[in-house]
Design a protein around this ligand. Sequence first.
Ligand code: ADP
Ligand code: MG
Length: 593
Amino acid sequence: MTGAVPLGRRPIRRLTAETVEHIAAGEVVERPASVVKELVENALDAGATHVTIRVEGGGLERIEVADDGTGIPSEELELAVERHATSKIDPQGPVELIGTLGFRGEALAAIASVSRLRLLSRPPDREMGDGISVVGGTPAGRFVAPRAPGTTVEVEDLFFNTPARRKFLKSPPSEQVEVAQTLERTYLARPHVTLRFEAEGREVATYPATSELTDAAARVLGSEFLHGSFLAGGEVPGGRLHAALGRPPLAATSARGLHIAVNGRAVVSRPIQQAVRVAFGDYLPRTRFPVGVVHLDITPDRLDVNVHPTKREVRFTRERELADAVRVRVREALIGTPQVAELAENAGRSPAGLASWAAGRSTPGASVPESGAAGISASRQRTLEGVIPSGSVAEVPASPGHPRVVLLGCLQALYWVAEGDEGLVLIDQHAASERVLYETLRRERPIARQTLVEPVTLRLTGTQRSALLAHAPAVAQAGFEVEEFGPGTYCVRSVPSFSGRRARAEAVTEMLDELAAGGRPTMPDGLSERTAATLACHAAIRAGDVVSAGDFSRVLASLYALSESAYSCPHGRPIVLQIPRSRLDRWFLRSGP
Ligand code: ADP
Ligand code: MG
């Protein structure tokens, strides 16, 4: 049995001021990281541009936070460490409309009550810094020390007078990790301030001020973020959204990689978190979570930050409406984003023969016949558990924004494995081919048709038949020649010639289905984008298709000719994955070239 043991009736008594302080302190100061959070927030509220955080013993022995902010006038030092004393709200004013991170006036008092604290500050109009010491909440004298304008708070022996607290702490290294995570959250919420973190006298990390959310995110979430992310933003009810999010390949196995900040404050918000996840929809498997930074600037009258003592949670009024808007914005941006995934740190040095493992397969400089002349049907070789076009060479020359690639092989008749200028390049053969065909359909007018040697007979449903009657010109313009053959039976004589290697007469039925379902004619000649995507999907090289070197070069060259933004299949999935040589070197623990 656990739980409280009944004490029997005792008289009600007032708690001592000290006990009240300790209980209150417990709400704000849970561990070293909470001290760091409060002190850094004070620095930010004071307009600091550089904040240095030093910890020893995981912050249990010592924490120091120094800033270059406005400072505290000498005569206010005692007030600063007093409870419920703050410069941030008008005592008569509403609590709701607060722009600063702090406002409860509790943090310094709480920290001071469970540590030995020294507060040294110099406002810009003073020559020297003035300081006070507080031990376990009791003032212990003043001092004067030289200091550049700004404030330094030193906290030693945290919880020295509340031993019970110490029991709940982790080891110093783990507490140091908590501090680092706190700093990262704070930085991602306010990346325009430089945070320098030192532990045991050594620099651990510097988070440099930046106005680019993507740069800030990359510092914390990994340099892949520089190339593997997209921006989302725009108006939302009551404010604005600005987010930098990892593309689907960067998704994480937990929700912890998504940082949310509201008005510059790092917060937890389930509804916003969910909204972002839902926006990714089927771009992410169930077991993956989006990563990135979401900034919301919301008018204060639409939120309540005073839900939780450490203000980690916020509540929005009309939460659903806001979450919906966030979802829509993120979705729009995700779909419009180029999907060339890159496992990159800044693209490394040029590779010195990545192809050695595939020696003999790629001969840079050799040219490729335009069509599938280097076909592989004759001699197939199973390598990489897939098919490598034997003896064939396919190279696609560089073009602006795209590396030269040389085909090395094909993995499981699905992924083309190629060598690029920067390293390894993997291409989804279906997605690539589909995108190219889709663009052809969108741009090519008239769409060239190809007469089938043997016409294909199809049975059409009543709905499909009426769609054919109603949209005969669109069907013809898409390259299909369809004739009535008998009752309910039709014969397809020609198909769009882009279907190249495989005439898929059946695609016409899908086109008719979509036309019947009211697919909007968003493209010239009455084709809907969906119909175009369906046609492209049908005609494209599929997973499992054995391709020739010619197919590879043709598809890739066409892909290169598209704009960068066309780098996702019509359904939005990624097409190309680049793994730079530098990344491989790191993986294989190789330092030199
Ligand atoms: P709050 O931040 O809620 O006001 P705190 O106890 O954290 O309460 O701080 C009390 C007051 O001390 C602040 O309102 C502010 O005026 C002053 N203060 C604390 N830290 C700093 C600092 N780094 N620079 C300037 N003023 C500070
Ligand atoms: Mg504060």
